[in-house]
Design a protein around this ligand. Structure first.
Ligand code: ADP
Length: 375
């Protein structure tokens, strides 16, 4: 199987014409993403002449194709560094080891945002990715319960002389939640700046290790707290969860437009329809559209946003949340299958999104995040 480590090892033998240090050691390779047989590499380049680009690109493609014995598709994105961008690259905001931060949002509460976040996290983890979940839902942090770790307290660990918070790990997923720091029945009505300060600490002062994905379970709605989270965190893409119900859809629409705002500008990877219908076990061919039919699907086509999939109302999804073991953990179940499919759609959109963004946009996202969503 193709892995990032393998690609990184091969790239470690390549260097620019005028530099003896290889492109891994000199930090030129910003990100590597491997998706099936597709490899996308983001390469920092100081002298972006056509010849320099072509030469290094040829070296990379030749080396990978010669050393991998099946068909691969290699793409090299050049990230041109200007003086100004270079300083942003070096800013303290960059999170070296986190490749993709994905915001999971919903316009309305209770539509299943946390349930979907928890299940996508275990799906991605079972696919072999390193996954973290940051539960930023200050109004109702439910991730600890869904992973059966409520009441636990993250330890402080020493990382290079700095004290950092160690996320709690459950089912292979690393978790930090505002809920670890508040009592379960305590209403957390934090003001925006206070909440975003706490969230920033949970990202920047935490020992996440190397993560492919950090899923951020946002509070519902589109208030000030969202703006401060969006502006202070390097988010690669967002996903909007909605039920098909009109009232939820109206709020989901607001959520999408929040991400698209000029000063936020976070790519929306897609919409997920939760509680799409109900099928009783004894009548497997009957579907009851309790909250309306295909509302979120229609909204996504209305807004020209990818539809990532639908999740029916499944009793075991609710039960699994309650016992603290996400339903997607259960092998060979419909839930496992549904969340796998949605995770894959989300990954495809992440990839497409970055390929489609014009180069300047890639640079913008790269510099904002310090690590582009492709790694
Ligand atoms: P939110 O994070 O949007 O407030 P939750 O994830 O807490 O919503 O979900 C609200 C309730 O609905 C929970 O009791 C959860 O177990 C249940 N739920 C969510 N999605 C489903 C589903 N697809 N099938 C059955 N129950 C679900």
């Amino acid at each position: 199987m193709l892995t990032k480590n393998k690609i990184s090892e091969l790239l470690g033998n390549i260097h620019f014409e005028d530099n003896k240090t290889d492109i891994i050691s000199d930090g030129s390779v910003k990100n590597i993403v491997v998706f099936d047989n597709e490899i996308v590499i983001d390469l920092k380049i100081l002298k972006p002449t056509l010849q320099a680009k072509n030469t290094i690109k040829r070296k990379i493609i030749d080396s990978l194709k010669n050393n991998i014995d099946f068909n691969i598709d290699v793409k090299v994105n050049f990230v041109v560094i200007s003086e100004k961008e270079n300083t942003i690259f070096n800013s303290s905001r960059k999170i070296e080891n986190i490749s993709n931060i994905i915001a999971i949002s919903s316009g309305k509460g209770g539509v299943g945002k946390s349930t979907v976040t928890a299940n996508l996290a275990v799906s991605l983890s079972k696919m072999g990715f390193n996954v973290g979940v940051l539960d930023a839902d200050i109004y109702g942090p439910s991730i600890p319960e869904m992973f059966d770790v409520s009441g636990q307290k993250p330890l402080a660990v020493d990382v290079n002389g700095k004290s950092k918070m160690k996320p709690i790990e459950s089912y292979g997923v690393k978790i930090l939640s505002i809920g670890f720091f508040t009592k379960i029945d305590q209403a957390v009505i934090w003001r925006g700046p206070m909440a975003s300060k706490a969230l920033n600490q949970m990202i920047f002062d935490a020992d996440w290790g190397v993560l492919d994905f950090l899923l951020v379970d946002l509070p519902p709605g589109t208030g000030d707290i969202h703006l401060s989270i969006m502006q202070s965190l390097p988010i690669s893409g967002s996903v909007v969860i909605s039920t098909p119900q009109k009232i939820a859809l109206n709020d989901a629409r607001k959520g999408v437009s929040m991400f698209k705002k000029e000063n936020i500008n976070v790519p929306v990877l897609g919409i997920i329809e939760n509680m799409a219908y109900f099928t009783p076990e004894e009548l497997p061919d009957n579907k009851y559209y309790l909250f309306g039919k295909e509302g979120a699907k229609n909204l996504s086509s209305d807004l020209g946003i990818p539809f990532l999939g639908e999740i029916p109302i499944i009793q075991s999804v609710r039960e699994a949340s309650d016992i603290g073991r996400p339903a997607a953990m259960q092998e060979n179940t419909i839930s496992e299958d549904i969340f796998n499919r949605i995770s894959k759609n989300m990954l495809s959109q992440l990839l497409i999104r970055n390929k489609e963004l014009p180069e300047t946009e890639i640079i913008k996202i790269t510099t904002m995040s310090g690590c582009l969503s492709q790694k």
